[in-house]
Design a protein around this ligand. Structure first.
Ligand SMILES: CC(C)(COP(=O)(O)OP(=O)(O)OC[C@H]1O[C@@H](n2cnc3c(N)ncnc32)[C@H](O)[C@@H]1OP(=O)(O)O)[C@@H](O)C(=O)NCCC(=O)NCCS
Length: 230
């Protein structure tokens, strides 16, 4: 018999819980049911007690307890929150989890071009489409039905909401947030930690920490800055 080494199952712990954590957990379990070598083994969550069952797997501890998790398990964070992205980015980085312990996950029903690079700690959910030459940074979340056009770039800790569209060569810098159903015009740049609300039509570059919404999108406020930069 010709021997092919069987790849070991990728075991994943989700950082988070009810909310985006459940969306990611369900996606991982969907992949498992679809025959992929992946398994959800639990959550790390700062609020819920250890041992509580979420989405049929246990809370294994708080985020800071990651060192107690078996070394063959990888982590994926799903703790992004609208308006709180700078703090959430800092929370993830302050954990000092080594790069090789961060996993990535792409839903079996997502369509990701073969040349796309995906950074560690990032995930792409169902029915998302990522076109050729796009780049996805670390700890980024691409939600269900989102579309990243060709040559788009999304930086570390970015969020692309459900059904949001990034037209070709558009960019989300570190921590930028493109809300559900929003559209970012070709080549436009959302600077770090800026936020476009639901259904925004973003036709111009958005400066850092601005909040915009509407069609065309206009500035309506600012994202709260952290005490010192994350
Ligand atoms: C942009 C956003 C953060 C602004 O929130 P906010 O500052 O708390 O705004 P409010 O909810 O207080 O609304 C203020 C006004 O703006 C309007 N408004 C809010 N968001 C709007 C949007 N995206 N487009 C147009 N108008 C909007 C409200 O209707 C309200 O109008 P009113 O003063 O006439 O009553 C928020 O609207 C948003 O889009 N959040 C994203 C939601 C999300 O990502 N959810 C999780 C993923 S599914």
């Amino acid at each position: 018999m010709v021997g092919f080494a069987r790849m070991s199952t990728k075991k994943i712990v989700v950082l988070g819980g009810p909310g985006d954590g459940f969306s990611l957990a369900e996606a991982i379990q969907f992949a498992e049911r679809a025959g992929r070598d992946v398994k959800l083994v639990g959550f790390l969550n700062d609020v819920l007690p250890r041992g509580e069952i979420l989405h049929s797997v246990p809370v294994l501890g708080a985020l800071n307890d990651w060192r107690e998790v078996d070394s063959d398990v990888q982590f994926i964070p799903a703790i992004q929150k609208v308006g709180d992205m700078p703090q959430r980015a800092r929370r993830i980085e302050d954990l000092r989890i080594p790069d090789d312990r961060w996993g990535t996950f792409v839903h079996p029903a997502a369509v990701v071009s073969s040349d796309v690079e995906i950074g560690c700690g990032s995930f792409v959910l169902s029915c998302a489409t990522v076109q050729p030459a796009a780049r996805i940074g670390r700890f980024a979340g691409v939600r269900a039905g989102a579309m990243l056009g060709h040559h788009c770039e999304i930086g570390d800790h970015t969020y692309v909401g459900p059904n949001a569209t990034m037209c070709g060569r558009s960019v989300l810098e570190r921590g930028a947030y493109l809300g559900p159903g929003a559209v970012l015009m070709d080549g436009r740049v959302m600077s770090q930690f800026s936020l476009a609300g639901i259904a925004a039509a973003v036709t111009k570059d958005v400066p850092e920490y601005w909040v915009v919404f509407g069609n065309p999108a206009r500035r309506v406020g600012w994202v709260k800055r952290p005490q010192s930069k994350p």
